[in-house]
Design a binder for this molecule. Structure first.
Ligand code: C5P
Length: 222
């Protein structure tokens, strides 16, 4: 295939989402937000009352989901069976359920082909936890974007405060640590850098500085 590919994995709050959007826009490439797929599945399961430990029920649901990502000028609308569910996916409830369904092998297998199909010309930015290790192991440029848990909690706090939510930073930090622990220690596709990934620690970097580092790697490796 002549489609170019960058995989960007890392924990939540590492700045991955923003960095991936900026890169996709600058390069004019496609974007796979794989976390959104797990969130959509979790949201659909909660709505349709599919039990979060019903492995085959969740896998069937994952195969049947009618999902599309449609750009709207400013960003991307996430459509589930035609309904714009973007705003409903970012809640703590859905995030937690997403991380639970994501620990099920049958679910991950069911979402694999859907994720691989995003690799199209001229190129793809693949954002997730296992893009470089499982979904696109042959990618020529793999990034692992990290940041300290404290910095990630601070970023999330600023984001939520900006939206007018009254939140406690200690609460956020403990949720981040809990989610990290689950994502890094699960049996299936644990969060870890691929052996051939470039690890970038964004704790003291701005989004633009991270993007610049990655664009330098693009010029070097792709
Ligand atoms: O990145 P985001 O926070 O939207 O992802 C939600 C959850 O989905 C994560 O906590 C993680 O458990 C799971 N996930 C995953 N593999 C991916 C992307 C997300 O397991 N490639």
């Amino acid at each position: 295939s002549i489609s170019k590919l960058i995989t960007i994995d890392g924990p939540s709050g590492s700045g991955k989402g923003t960095v991936c959007h900026v890169l996709a826009k600058k390069l004019n490439w496609h974007l796979l937000d794989s976390g959104a797929l797990y969130r959509i599945l979790a949201y659909a399961a909660l709505q349709q009352k599919v039990n979060l430990d019903d492995k085959s029920g969740l896998a069937d649901l994952a195969l049947a989901l009618e999902v599309s990502f449609v750009s709207n000028g400013e960003g991307v609308d996430t459509l589930l069976s035609g309904e714009n569910v973007g705003d409903k996916l970012r809640t703590e409830e859905v995030g937690k359920a997403a991380s639970e369904v994501a620990s099920i092998q049958e679910v991950r297998s069911a979402l694999l082909a859907r994720q691989k199909a995003f690799l199209q010309k001229p190129g793809l930015i693949a954002d997730g936890r296992d893009m470089g290790t499982v979904v696109f192991p042959d990618a020529k440029l793999k990034i692992f974007l990290d940041a300290s848990a404290e910095e990630r909690a601070q970023r999330r706090f600023n984001q939520l405060q900006g939206k007018g939510f009254n939140v406690s930073i200690a609460q956020i930090l403990s949720e981040i640590k809990e989610r990290d622990h689950r994502d890094r220690n699960r049996a299936v596709a644990p969060l870890r850098p691929a052996d051939d990934a470039f690890v970038i620690d964004s704790t003291t970097l701005t989004v633009d500085e991270v993007v610049e580092q990655i664009l330098n790697l693009v010029a070097l490796k792709l």
